[in-house]
Write a protein that binds this ligand. Structure first.
Ligand code: ATP
Ligand code: ATP
Length: 153
């Protein structure tokens, strides 16, 4: 039955981690903070169909500093040619980060408590001689967890 599948799905997420359900970085639609929001770029952004867009600084996709919400663009005058940086500085939506090996039930709890339903996923990279560093590997949203629950066989 459907009820049974959902119950099984809810149990199955206990064994899964963020990395199993996230959208991988090469598939994430992100923007550099230098992007000028004119009629053309706003149309391209809206056409992508995402609600939240990670924004990176200094041309480094590993350096996500903000989230742009597509609804932030509604009141914008495209002739003002504001940059993404200016619009993000005005709205200041906080960016959440989670580790790639975070169990899904933990992320679900974090999403329930917090206001945002998208998190950037980072992974610890160990270097032989240097200090370990973090690398962004994807994004995960509440939708990814819900999908996992509903998709159980
Ligand atoms: P909403 O459903 O709240 O309008 P949305 O459709 O933009 O938002 P979600 O429903 O949260 O996004 O997620 C749907 C899928 O899209 C998930 O797999 C998620 O990982 C992925 N996703 C969300 N934002 C992005 C993005 N900027 N680039 C690529 N994938 C994304
Ligand atoms: P998102 O989280 O994708 O930005 P949202 O905040 O508009 O979207 P949801 O997160 O889906 O909406 O829902 C949050 C709550 O707001 C739910 O209780 C939902 O029923 C309610 N809600 C959503 N849209 C409306 C609306 N147009 N008017 C009143 N309540 C709404």
């Amino acid at each position: 039955s459907n009820e049974m599948r959902i119950a099984v799905g809810a149990l199955e997420i206990a064994d899964k981690v963020v990395e199993n359900v996230m959208t991988k970085l090469p598939d994430v639609f992100m923007l550099p903070d230098t992007t000028v929001l004119n009629a053309k770029t706003v149309m391209e952004i809206v056409k992508m169909g995402y609600t939240r867009i990670p924004v990176y600084t200094n041309g480094d996709k590993n350096n996500v500093t903000d989230l742009l919400f597509v609804k932030d663009l509604a009141l914008l005058d495209p002739d003002d040619n504001f940059t993404v940086k200016t619009v993000c500085g005005y709205h200041k939506h906080p960016v959440k980060f989670v580790m790639n090996d975070t169990p899904l039930p933990h992320l679900l709890e974090a999403f329930k408590k917090g206001e945002g339903h998208l998190a950037m996923v980072k992974k610890l990279i160990s270097n032989d001689d240097k200090d370990p560093s973090y690398e962004l590997v994807g994004v995960v949203t509440l939708e990814d967890i819900v999908e996992e629950i509903l998709q159980a066989e």
